[in-house]
Design a protein around this ligand. Structure first.
Ligand code: PMP
Length: 286
């Protein structure tokens, strides 16, 4: 069945869901977005995703032009209209239709799009075997140019890192910041386990404050596994006992090799597995 896409207040068939060539989201990547999961019929952490969306929009002076309560309802309506009980939502807000120049204030209304569909980021087996990653030479955006906290429609920085990964026949790349510290993966947060402690870079290192990241940190604390936010170097990754990535689409996935160095014994480690299971239980409310 064709999907129903929510566009500016109306549910339309996917074949009718089109954007103008004058939309500044298309012309300049001028806009913000969220990726959100649906687990067991519930939109997962919707309030946290919408909070981040409004904050990203605020940071780039984009007026979403819709109240939080109404956007919440629109997301739920789109999920229901597509009969999604396990899936993935892409919520996009562009600056809207403007003129060919950069001036964002020529765009009269933000354009809001909600897509509710399925996603399988990595094949299932990779969650059992873990993934290989490489260090990207592309640095994460400098926070004084565009804050990595802004989940903008311009993902070229991350796409260039992803290309480096794919060129090396691995699915993900680790991005470093301008100081050489670990920032994040191209679309996921990075965690390291060393001597029983879970370590992850602070947001100031250039990592998006991931919603999955926050949940995993809380779950680890509940399981009495110490969690510390600190700057990590490439060496820290090379000597880690375990590494895993978190993200809405990726969920929790172990890393078993970085830059040709095996992590631990080459399989997702025990703390990674424990946190992965705890995450799934939490996501499904069980
Ligand atoms: N970093 C980047 C660059 C991302 O795009 C994402 C989301 N895909 C994440 C981290 C993970 O954030 P979340 O857990 O909120 O999906």
């Amino acid at each position: 069945m064709p999907l129903k896409i929510w566009m500016n207040g109306v549910l339309v068939d996917e074949s009718q869901a089109k954007v103008s060539v004058f939309d500044h989201g298309l012309l300049y990547g001028d806009g913000v977005f969220e990726g959100i999961r649906v687990y067991a019929g519930r939109v997962f952490e919707l309030a946290a995703h919408l909070k981040r969306l409004y904050e990203s929009a605020r940071a780039i002076r984009l007026d979403i032009g819709m109240r939080l309560e109404d956007l919440t309802r629109a997301v739920e309506e789109t999920v229901a209209a597509n009969g999604i009980s396990e899936g993935y939502i892409r919520l996009i807000v562009t600056r809207g239709v403007g003129t060919l120049g950069l001036n964002p204030f020529n765009c009269r209304n933000a354009q809001i799009i909600i897509i509710a569909d399925q996603i399988q980021l990595y094949p299932k087996e990779l969650y059992e075997t873990g993934i290989k990653v490489v260090s990207a030479s592309t640095l994460r955006n400098h926070p004084m140019s565009l804050s990595p906290q802004v989940k903008s429609l311009n993902y070229l920085n991350n796409i260039l890192a992803k290309i480096e990964a794919l060129d090396n026949n691995v699915p993900e790349a680790i991005m470093y910041n301008h100081e050489g510290f670990v920032a994040e993966a191209s679309g996921d947060n990075v965690f390291v386990i060393r001597h029983g402690t879970v370590l992850t870079p602070p947001p100031q290192a250039g990592s998006l404050e991931g919603i999955t990241r926050d949940i995993v940190m809380t779950l680890a604390t509940k399981l009495q596994i110490p969690v510390v936010e600190e700057n990590l170097t490439r060496f820290d990754l090379y000597v880690a006992d375990e590494i895993f990535l978190t993200g809405t689409a990726a969920e929790v996935i172990g890393v078993v090799n970085i830059d040709g160095r095996m992590v631990g014994d080459g399989r997702p480690g025990p703390i990674t597995q424990k946190l992965r299971e705890a995450f799934y239980r939490y996501a499904r409310g069980s």
